[in-house]
Design a protein around this ligand. Structure first.
Ligand SMILES: [Zn+2]
Length: 115
Protein backbone atom coordinates (compact mmCIF):
# COMPACT_ATOMS: atom_id res chain seq x y z
CA UNK A 1 0.00 0.00 0.00
CA UNK A 2 2.11 2.92 -1.23
CA UNK A 3 -0.63 5.42 -0.39
CA UNK A 4 0.80 5.47 3.14
CA UNK A 5 4.14 6.68 1.77
CA UNK A 6 2.38 9.31 -0.33
CA UNK A 7 0.36 10.51 2.67
CA UNK A 8 3.66 10.85 4.54
CA UNK A 9 5.27 12.90 1.79
CA UNK A 10 2.21 15.17 1.65
CA UNK A 11 2.62 15.78 5.38
CA UNK A 12 6.33 16.42 4.92
CA UNK A 13 5.48 19.06 2.30
CA UNK A 14 2.94 20.62 4.69
CA UNK A 15 5.54 20.64 7.50
CA UNK A 16 8.09 22.35 5.26
CA UNK A 17 5.56 25.00 4.24
CA UNK A 18 4.44 25.56 7.85
CA UNK A 19 8.01 26.45 8.85
CA UNK A 20 7.53 29.65 6.87
CA UNK A 21 4.37 30.44 8.87
CA UNK A 22 5.25 30.09 12.54
CA UNK A 23 2.19 29.76 14.79
CA UNK A 24 -0.22 29.15 11.92
CA UNK A 25 -2.48 26.09 11.76
CA UNK A 26 -2.87 24.09 8.53
CA UNK A 27 -6.53 23.66 7.61
CA UNK A 28 -6.64 22.00 4.23
CA UNK A 29 -4.14 20.59 1.79
CA UNK A 30 -4.96 20.01 -1.86
CA UNK A 31 -3.25 17.19 -3.70
CA UNK A 32 -3.34 16.72 -7.46
CA UNK A 33 -3.35 13.09 -8.47
CA UNK A 34 -3.26 12.01 -12.10
CA UNK A 35 -5.13 8.84 -13.03
CA UNK A 36 -1.85 7.34 -14.26
CA UNK A 37 -0.15 7.86 -10.91
CA UNK A 38 -1.72 4.62 -9.71
CA UNK A 39 -3.06 6.10 -6.50
CA UNK A 40 -6.31 5.02 -4.91
CA UNK A 41 -7.86 8.27 -3.57
CA UNK A 42 -9.84 6.45 -0.86
CA UNK A 43 -6.74 4.62 0.37
CA UNK A 44 -4.76 7.86 0.31
CA UNK A 45 -7.37 9.68 2.37
CA UNK A 46 -7.60 6.77 4.80
CA UNK A 47 -3.80 6.71 5.26
CA UNK A 48 -3.68 10.46 5.68
CA UNK A 49 -6.41 10.50 8.33
CA UNK A 50 -4.82 7.63 10.23
CA UNK A 51 -1.46 9.45 10.37
CA UNK A 52 -2.85 12.76 11.66
CA UNK A 53 -5.33 11.19 14.06
CA UNK A 54 -4.44 12.17 17.61
CA UNK A 55 -1.93 14.82 16.51
CA UNK A 56 -2.29 18.63 16.68
CA UNK A 57 -3.13 18.52 12.96
CA UNK A 58 -6.17 16.33 13.44
CA UNK A 59 -8.42 18.95 11.78
CA UNK A 60 -6.35 19.09 8.63
CA UNK A 61 -8.42 18.13 5.60
CA UNK A 62 -7.16 16.46 2.49
CA UNK A 63 -8.60 17.61 -0.83
CA UNK A 64 -7.79 15.12 -3.57
CA UNK A 65 -8.13 16.47 -7.10
CA UNK A 66 -7.99 13.70 -9.65
CA UNK A 67 -6.77 14.57 -13.13
CA UNK A 68 -7.60 12.59 -16.23
CA UNK A 69 -4.98 11.51 -18.71
CA UNK A 70 -4.40 13.91 -21.60
CA UNK A 71 -2.60 13.45 -24.88
CA UNK A 72 -1.31 15.98 -27.40
CA UNK A 73 -1.52 15.36 -31.13
CA UNK A 74 1.80 15.65 -33.01
CA UNK A 75 0.02 16.65 -36.23
CA UNK A 76 -2.45 19.36 -35.20
CA UNK A 77 -1.13 20.07 -31.64
CA UNK A 78 -4.61 19.59 -30.12
CA UNK A 79 -4.73 18.41 -26.50
CA UNK A 80 -7.53 16.05 -25.58
CA UNK A 81 -8.58 13.77 -22.71
CA UNK A 82 -8.05 10.07 -23.23
CA UNK A 83 -11.19 8.05 -22.60
CA UNK A 84 -11.19 4.26 -22.64
CA UNK A 85 -7.59 4.17 -23.91
CA UNK A 86 -8.53 5.84 -27.21
CA UNK A 87 -5.29 7.72 -27.87
CA UNK A 88 -5.95 8.76 -31.51
CA UNK A 89 -6.59 12.48 -32.07
CA UNK A 90 -10.37 13.18 -32.11
CA UNK A 91 -9.84 16.22 -34.39
CA UNK A 92 -7.63 14.95 -37.22
CA UNK A 93 -7.58 11.22 -36.55
CA UNK A 94 -3.80 10.99 -36.24
CA UNK A 95 -2.48 8.21 -34.03
CA UNK A 96 0.77 10.12 -33.40
CA UNK A 97 -0.06 11.48 -29.98
CA UNK A 98 1.89 11.74 -26.76
CA UNK A 99 0.93 11.75 -23.12
CA UNK A 100 1.18 15.24 -21.60
CA UNK A 101 -0.59 14.83 -18.27
CA UNK A 102 -2.20 12.30 -16.00
CA UNK A 103 0.78 11.14 -13.96
CA UNK A 104 0.85 14.12 -11.60
CA UNK A 105 1.32 13.59 -7.92
CA UNK A 106 1.88 16.90 -6.20
CA UNK A 107 0.66 19.25 -3.53
CA UNK A 108 -1.54 21.82 -5.25
CA UNK A 109 -2.22 24.24 -2.40
CA UNK A 110 -2.28 24.67 1.35
CA UNK A 111 -4.86 26.59 3.31
CA UNK A 112 -3.83 27.77 6.74
CA UNK A 113 -5.05 29.89 9.59
CA UNK A 114 -2.65 32.58 10.75
CA UNK A 115 -2.77 33.19 14.46
ZN1 LIG B 1 -4.73 15.96 -34.41
Amino acid sequence: MHELGIANSVLTAVRTEMRRHPGAIPLKVGVRVGELAGVNPDALEFSFLSIISGTPWERLKLDIQTKTREHRCSSCRATFPVIDYRVACPLCGSSQTECVSGDELEVAYLELEES
